[in-house]
Design a protein around this ligand. Structure first.
Ligand SMILES: Cc1ncc(C[n+]2csc(CCOP(=O)(O)OP(=O)(O)O)c2C)c(N)n1
Ligand SMILES: [Mg+2]
Length: 288
């Protein structure tokens, strides 16, 4: 069903078990070779390797941290000015580059409905610079700027809702534990014109203090505990849940990761309540 062509090669410099690397491999398989990638500062600025060597089989523009979406908009406009309306232009940014510093460029592109696919691979912190908290870091998490005696006290920003509020034609969540679901969504996004947003749950064994062998298992548990549901939103209003969670307790997900080791039973309970509440909200929207 899918082209087997690999557009990500061996020799990249990611850590073992890096979810961002798996995400890229699946995304490129779905996007195909007529793609230009725009990568703002993030782990992926490093992972692809030093020029003239590269682990990616499509053209890449490395750009400044806050300019993922605006550079992609500009590349798309440039290609169109040359008569090329077919090449897919995709921004590929981390959670910091999306939820935080890149949000104004992304909001601008979405408001203009620029014809780009914006990928956010979300490892829930600023990993490239040493595991600092971002607004995608969940409540209670250890990072180097939210140490165990002061873990993060704010919840994760709901970026999907922000994008849905822009009424863009397509937004979807994906996970490296569900590659077929991910590739289906990216293929669907490719056929749509306008701004498309793909939010990929991308485990970071290094920053999450978890064994690299558990990266995919943790990602699967994130879906089945409802911590990271897999769904899509069309035009900001048609919600569709793609994988029915097994409704496992969040504790099963949290206890595999050292970044949550310090949590008390009360805090785990609070996290469970928040996850349940958010899930109910999502289900309501999907039923509407
Ligand atoms: C204006 C600016 N501020 C800070 C930096 C330093 N910087 C480079 S990558 C990065 C973290 C990126 O985090 P994220 O977008 O989540 O990607 P990840 O590293 O987790 O892959 C930071 C802070 C920068 N390059 N430019
Ligand atoms: Mg990150």
């Amino acid at each position: 069903m899918y082209e087997l062509r690999e557009l990500m090669y061996s020799g990249h410099v990611a850590c073992a078990g890096c979810g961002a690397t798996m995400s890229m491999r699946y995304a490129l398989k779905a996007l195909g070779e007529q793609t230009v990638l725009v990568i703002p500062a993030c782990c992926w600025s490093i992972i692809s390797g030093l020029f003239p060597y590269t682990a990616i089989g499509v053209p890449v523009i490395h750009t400044a941290f806050e300019t993922g979406a605006s550079t992609a908009s500009g590349v798309k406009a440039g290609l169109e000015a040359r008569g090329d309306t077919e090449t897919v232009v995709a921004a590929w940014a981390g959670d910091g580059g999306t939820f935080d510093i890149g949000i104004q460029a992304l909001s601008g592109a979405a408001e203009r409905n620029d014809d780009i696919i914006y990928f956010c691979y979300d490892n829930e912190a600023y990993m490239n610079t040493g595991i600092q908290r971002s607004s995608a870091t969940p409540f209670g998490t250890w990072t180097t700027t939210t140490p165990v005696n002061h873990p993060k006290s704010q919840p994760k920003k709901n970026m999907m809702e922000i994008m849905a509020a822009h009424r863009i034609p397509y937004a979807a969540t994906c996970s490296v534990a569900f590659p077929e679901d991910m590739m289906n969504k990216i293929r669907k996004a490719k056929e749509i014109r306008g701004t498309r947003f793909i939010h990929i749950y991308s485990p970071c064994p290094t920053g999450w203090k978890a064994p690299s062998s558990l990266a995919v298992k943790i990602s699967r548990l994130a879906v089945h505990t409802k911590v990271f549901p897999l769904y899509e939103v069309e035009h900001g209003e048609r919600y569709n849940i793609n994988v029915e969670p097994k409704n496992l307790p969040v504790d099963e997900y949290l206890r595999l990761q050292g970044r949550f080791n310090h949590l008390t039973d009360d805090e785990v309970h609070t996290i469970q309540e928040t996850v349940d509440r958010e899930w109910e909200r999502l289900v309501k929207k999907a039923l509407d």
